[in-house]
Design a protein around this ligand. Structure first.
Ligand code: NAD
Ligand code: TYD
Length: 340
């Protein structure tokens, strides 16, 4: 493999994956492709732009011509698809763009892989395709055999993309893999998601909105461990296979918020219980036995260490999230690329 197309490269996990590749596979050429929706931030890729092995292309994965163009310009050996609408709450407000990007966009990428001689395709999926687990059965975990049972328009669109990806393997023999990961956290996490929102609001002494009773459980994984898993699957995984990725770090939302407050030295008085998310999944929990046994993957960063690193990162990179909250980050592309 010499050239990898990373779609959704200006988002949270895609950007972390770009940096992970540039650091750990310095011989690779990495093409970042991103439509720069509200969730894409080119400021995040500023340091990558300095690396001669990295190129950024602004483009939409649903745009057949834009995708064909990047395939024509570069000799792409593999695609890792992070591009997606990713926020459950937004999918409840307005599902259509989720179906367009998360399903039709994947179809466009799969077709491009086929048209270019059967390019390796990795779909970055989510544990949310399995639905949720009850809180009173801590013995239950999602395995790759757990039936698909989605709750939100977001998870339904991701499940559709997974099925389509597997269909392209079975029908056309396309070399595909899928990873289904639990909730990520770490640097460059968009500040409307739980952990960065709580850090930013706490630093600005704003209220901390906890949905429902705050007892919903998520299985948190430090983003670098997710990047490590995807690279392992790309290099050593079996095509046609699904791999669950998670590190047994289950926490209630309330625990997570209290951890943030403790690390920032703030009190709990700003915690505010707000109306619950409709259809709110109760508990996610991954069984990562397959990826551990078959690919030797294991998470390196435990929750306490990861949360400390994350809070430190948000303290040290205040302009990054302040630009997002003020909207200024959206002017960056114009400034950098406006007259190119
Ligand atoms: P994100 O919202 O931070 O980033 C998504 C990126 O995709 C943005 O840069 C956006 O501009 C880009 N994008 C959106 N629509 C596009 C389009 N039509 N064409 C090209 N680019 C487009 O999301 P994230 O948290 O980094 O998630 C990345 C992937 O990982 C998603 O597929 C998500 O389903 C999956 N995932 C996320 C988590 C998590 O905890 N964040 C966990 C498991 C899986
Ligand atoms: P989120 O970061 O949106 O990820 P996901 O819904 O994909 O798991 O939310 C994580 C959990 O935090 C989820 O149970 C919803 C909850 N939540 C809040 O309680 N308050 C908030 O302001 C947000 C954004 C999320």
């Amino acid at each position: 493999m010499t050239t990898i197309l990373v779609t959704g490269a200006a988002g949270f996990i895609g950007a972390n994956f770009v940096y992970y590749l540039l650091k750990n596979r310095p011989a690779l050429r990495v093409i970042g492709f991103d439509a720069l929706t509200y969730a894409g931030n080119l400021e995040t890729l500023e340091a990558a732009m300095q690396n001669k092995n990295f190129r950024f292309v602004k483009g939409d994965i649903t745009d057949v011509e834009a995708v064909a163009k990047v395939f024509a310009e570069e000799k792409i050996d593999a695609v890792v698809n992070f591009a997606a609408e990713s926020h459950v709450d937004r999918s409840i407000e307005d599902p259509q763009v989720f179906l367009r990007t998360n399903i039709l966009g994947v179809q466009v990428l799969l077709d491009a892989c086929r048209a270019n001689g059967g390019v390796r395709f990795h779909q970055v999926s989510t544990d949310e395709v399995y639905g949720d687990l009850p809180l009173d059965r801590p013995d239950l975990f999602f395995t790759e055999q757990t039936p698909i049972h989605t709750s939100s328009p977001y998870s339904a669109s991701k499940a559709s993309a997974d099925l389509l990806t597997l269909a392209y393997h079975r029908t056309y023999g396309l070399p595909v893999t899928i990873s289904r990961c639990s909730n990520n956290y770490g640097p460059y996490h968009f500040p409307e998601k739980l952990i960065p929102l709580m850090i930013a609001n706490a630093l600005e002494d704003k209220s901390l909105p906890v949905y429902g009773d705050g007892l919903n459980v998520r299985d948190w994984l430090y983003v670098e461990d997710h990047c490590k898993a995807i690279l392992a699957i790309l290099e050593k995984g079996s095509v046609g296979e699904v791999y669950n990725v998670g590190g047994h770090n289950e926490r209630t939302n309330l625990d997570v918020v209290k951890t943030v407050l403790r690390l920032l030295g703030k009190g709990e008085d700003k915690i505010t219980y707000v109306r619950d998310r409709p259809g709110h999944d109760r508990r996610y929990a991954i069984d990562p036995t397959k990826i551990r046994n078959e690919l030797g993957w294991f998470p390196e960063t435990d929750f306490d260490t990861g949360m400390e690193k994350t809070v430190q990162w948000y303290l040290a990179n205040r302009p990054w999230w302040e630009h997002i909250r003020s909207g200024a980050y959206q002017e960056y592309y114009e400034k950098m690329y406006g007259n190119r």
